[in-house]
Design a protein around this ligand. Sequence first.
Ligand SMILES: NC(=O)c1ccc[n+]([C@@H]2O[C@H](COP(=O)([O-])OP(=O)(O)OC[C@H]3O[C@@H](n4cnc5c(N)ncnc54)[C@H](OP(=O)(O)O)[C@@H]3O)[C@@H](O)[C@H]2O)c1
Length: 348
Amino acid sequence: MGYRVAVVGATGNVGREILAILEEVNFPVEKMHAIASRKSKGVEVSFGDSTIKCEDIEQFDFSSVDLVLMSAGGGVSREWSEKIGKAGPIVIDNSSAFRQDPDVPLIVPEVNPDDAKLATKKNIVANPNCSTAQLVVALKPLHDAAKIKRVVVSTYQSVSGAGKEGMDELWNQTKAIYGLGDATPKKFPKQIAFNVIPYIGSFRDDGYTDEEAKMWDETHKMLDPSIKLTVTCVRVPVFVGHSEAVTVEFDRPIEPDEAREILREAPGILVVDKQEHDGYITPVDAAGEHAVYVSRIRKDPTVEHGLSFWVVSDNLRKGAALNAVQIAQLLDETGVISPKSGYRTLTV
Ligand SMILES: NC(=O)c1ccc[n+]([C@@H]2O[C@H](COP(=O)([O-])OP(=O)(O)OC[C@H]3O[C@@H](n4cnc5c(N)ncnc54)[C@H](OP(=O)(O)O)[C@@H]3O)[C@@H](O)[C@H]2O)c1
């Protein structure tokens, strides 16, 4: 027995990864549907050894499936996720549309697995922003050991975080600049090839961007609302893999060696931390991998109990598709969904 699953956004960066990871982790699938917009109807995507043809979201009967993994952007989620949840399946939503909804749990399984029990309130579970997911995986075990008071984060986010169009823009601009062609920015507000852009999302009145605000809002919802965070999000000309320079202030002394031990024991983390060139991780090393990598753990001497470190992960995997599949596994393991359950009744 397996689940009847629909992947919405199946032609996209995240959707394709979801299909690959469901197969890699042997998630029990009885029937898989690939869903995208009308223009992709009939387009073939890979699922394991087979290819499946995309179906049009407008024509698909969502009551015929148990689980929907949604990664087609906030607008599509706002239009569809609640309707789909009411029709029966559980929706695991990759967009920001429901992350702050009090009736929708926002889950990183290494951090707040117990929130899975809230999944049937709206039959929607939210998947966090890519930069938040890898951050909270690293912060959680440290916070359990020594309470975190304040975090300062600068991100170095790859272009795949902006979807297929973001990757195409870096590729085309790079070629155009070498070949004296047209390198006019279209997807990003400024040239991304051979450049960095200190702006992701949209500006807020307080001078931060909404991408930056997502990181503290989501950390507060999943980990602890008392942690103070300040964030600068930066887009860099890297195809896959987000990096973060993180500085944390604790309420008690914590030595780099103690932090290394804690992080080594923690789920989902690989510590690669030696003072040599194989002793730290870059996004190229992390692309295609499942782990959140932590490197360059050192004391921050400017505060009483501070540590600085470097966190890297594949944004399409732990930042999106892998976390979504891990949520599906968590719902399965905790009995929130079961292959035979089919339809569920909303609890509110
Ligand atoms: N990339 C990341 O690192 C990351 C991380 C966390 C969360 N997310 C979120 O995941 C979602 C998808 O991101 P992505 O990077 O995969 O984007 P993408 O590569 O641009 O893919 C977008 C997907 O959505 C589909 N789509 C667009 N409009 C649609 C409509 N009206 N109806 C049905 N399907 C529609 C597209 O289908 P067509 O090909 O038919 O247009 C495509 O399959 C976004 O919400 C994003 O914020 C992304």
